[in-house]
Ligand binder design. Sequence first.
Ligand code: EPU
Length: 419
Amino acid sequence: MEKIIINGGLPLNGDVYIDGMKNAALPIIAATLLCGDTCIIDNVPAVSDIAMLLDIIAGMGAKVEYLDKCRISINTANVKPGCSPFDLVCKIRGSAYIIGAEIGRFGTAHVGYPGGCDFGVRPLDLHLMGFEALGARITVESGYINAVSPMGLHGNSIYFRIPSVGATVNCILASVFAEGVTTIEGAAQEPHIVDMANFLNACGADITGAGTSSIKVRGVKSLKGCHHTIIPDMIEAGTYMAAAAITGGCVRVHNVIPKHMESVCSVLQRMGVKLDIGADTITVHGDGKLIATDVVTQPYPGFPTDMHPQISALMCVADGVSRMSELVWDNRFRYINEFQKMGTIISVADRTASFTGSQKLSGAPVVSTDLRAGAAMIILALRAHGTSQISKISLIERGYDNIVGKLASLGADIKKVDE
Ligand code: EPU
């Protein structure tokens, strides 16, 4: 077991380079299962959730080869349904995409119930409703989700009452070969949905409307392999921007798509952070003084729930009272108990946390409660006086490659040690 030790108070300065987006790489890796051919995927982030999904598809018979750290060749010609390793599937949320991919390619599925970060209830009802609309019959038994489609898969109209990222991905995966046209209304519009649709279209699929709430999939007969580069991770970028802002440093964040960062940039600007936005860089000029603001998390293009804890860290030191309302997940505030160990002033009522900014934060031993919460604890520790120890860092490594090295290269006093 490793932990991260941080001595806070130093401004971050310099350049940081953003990796490919975990939440785009996960569905794209699952989508390779539909191809039955070789795909070369570039800019794959070296994070543990991705390594686990690659192990899962290898367990199904895929040939996975690292061409270098972030470039992977995947051949899925010999993949069989029903053999994804249960003990790995139940550890990550991205494994839910194996269900849609198995249904799409084979018409049947037998996949363990997926896991993932704990933000409260994480239902799959919309995914299963979409599969059933396409003609699959679903049962859940002994921890497994099973699907059969005795009459084949047929395009249909699917409507989501909530724009679920996972259900949108899964229904696209399941419908790529379905006969006729599938329409998904109320679809999630996140950039990772667009990236997966672009990947599948490069393989020969016929998907239009990705990035809007109305997606159309016209069934095709077959796919072939392609070469695809994953888009940059907007949440990793936002995390380093928040870290620069809280320490009052000047950091240029490279490999970003500024359009994807609009809601995060707007919150930082409201908090008084000066940003220079280039073609594929954003430079953060922090002076350490932050202004209170109110934020509501929403599906894209709204402010992303996966940046909620990191911006809450800034709210803990912003001048005045800030409010963070969480409208996507029903239990995302578990990090607050840990924040309070550092002297923060926070109260929670219903889905809103109120933060009274304080300049008297002190480092403390804290425990990461999920991936983004752990990143937020690092951000707060960079500002707090004295030493913090963050444990359960395997949760952070699910989605950030080399966060300690990247922050150290920006001047943070940070190291990883064995517990
Ligand atoms: N929902 C349902 N029924 C469903 C599916 C979802 O009611 O069948 C609800 C959820 O309970 C939640 C809302 O819909 O209230 C949104 O859930 P969504 O399905 O969009 O989330 P997800 O696909 O499980 C992905 C990301 C999360 C991110 C959310 C929201 C991946 C692997 N995970 O989860 O990312 O928080 O979208 O943007 O893409 C992270 O990277 O740290 C992370 C947790």
